[in-house]
Design a protein around this ligand. Structure first.
Ligand code: FAD
Length: 274
């Protein structure tokens, strides 16, 4: 199948993007790396009348480090982040997870912000964004807002970004002292979409446990580190409080078991990494 007809607009500035979004709203869609959008156009899951290509923007940042925060702009490719020599020391969670994002060819085109905005519940980068409780900066003709990861994901492929907004920057906190980071993913084979994915950040106060693929959106819970002795019960309660269904890959029983067992192992790895 091929996409429906659309008008293609090549933008060279954020203001140009905002002008188009302001007039056309939901009828327009931003094209970044195209690794998700093009498939959705071909399958006619998305039928925008206008495609705004942001690949030629000149007024955007690439990657900056500022006051213990990594800032990433809208055209920074996933592979550029993976190849960044300081990735492991600054963002150990992303370092562990990024090789699982599709194949190298997808990461060469796919942008970090595109993955965050797409909000696929099986995606690794939205899960890490949530585990790290980063921030996303959105711009529209009406102004600028910054949204914490905790408030960004609303449902499958659904975020709190409005149709008149473009994401201009992602903020992720750099590695903190006395903090452990761990990522683990279960899939049928390497680089397939995950059946379950776990991203954990543990420090002397709390365990922040993020779960992807099983719930309909990336989901996070925090426990006081003092309650670590009850971790089996906490994971069991968490698993039973989610609305989990059987699907073609796994039964609900198996998925709850993954949360209890693989979830616990990922927490233990994060503690070892402190
Ligand atoms: C075969 C295959 C396997 C894959 N496997 C995985 C996988 O295992 N894990 C994984 O995480 N991903 C996977 N992907 C998806 C890939 O990682 C994409 O790169 C990513 O989901 C989207 O990034 P993109 O830059 O290509 O965005 P696009 O496809 O261009 O856009 C995706 C969505 O985000 C919106 N958007 C993009 N940038 C902005 C912005 N700056 N502001 C506002 N909205 C924006 C677009 O309008 C669109 O709705 C796979 C893709 C393919 C084709």
């Amino acid at each position: 199948m091929k996409p429906c007809n659309f008008t293609y607009i090549k933008s060279s500035s954020i203001n140009e993007v905002l002008d188009v979004l302001d007039i056309h709203g939901e009828k327009a869609q931003i094209l970044a790396g195209g690794q998700s959008l093009i498939s959705m156009l071909n399958m006619r899951i998305a039928n925008p009348e206008i495609i705004i290509d942001i690949n030629f923007l000149k007024d955007v940042i690439a990657l900056n480090i500022k006051d213990n925060v990594i800032e990433i702009g809208p055209l920074f490719r996933q592979l550029e982040l993976e190849n960044w020599s300081d990735l492991k020391s600054n963002l150990p969670l992303i370092y562990q997870s990024i090789p699982y994002v599709g194949q190298i060819q997808h990461r060469a085109r796919g942008t970090v912000l595109g993955s965050i905005c797409h909000g696929d519940p099986t995606s690794e980068l939205p899960l890490c964004f949530l585990a790290l409780n980063g921030k996303i900066h959105l711009k529209s003709k009406k102004g600028h807002r910054s949204i914490p990861a905790n408030d960004f994901y609303l449902g499958p492929l659904l975020t709190s970004k409005n149709s008149n907004e473009v994401a201009i920057k992602l903020e992720l906190p750099t590695k903190k002292e006395a903090t452990g980071y761990a990522f683990y993913e279960i899939s049928e084979k390497y680089s397939d979409y995950a059946i379950a994915s776990f991203a954990v950040v543990t420090d002397n106060n709390k365990i922040r446990f993020a779960l992807g693929s099983i719930p309909t959106k990336p989901t996070v819970i925090e426990w006081d580190i003092k309650n670590f002795k009850f971790i089996d019960e906490l994971l069991n309660d968490f698993a039973w409080n989610l609305d989990i269904e059987d699907d073609q890959h796994a039964s609900a029983t198996y998925k709850r078991d993954l949360i209890r067992k693989v979830g616990k192992n990922t927490i233990l790895s994060s503690i070892k990494n402190i």
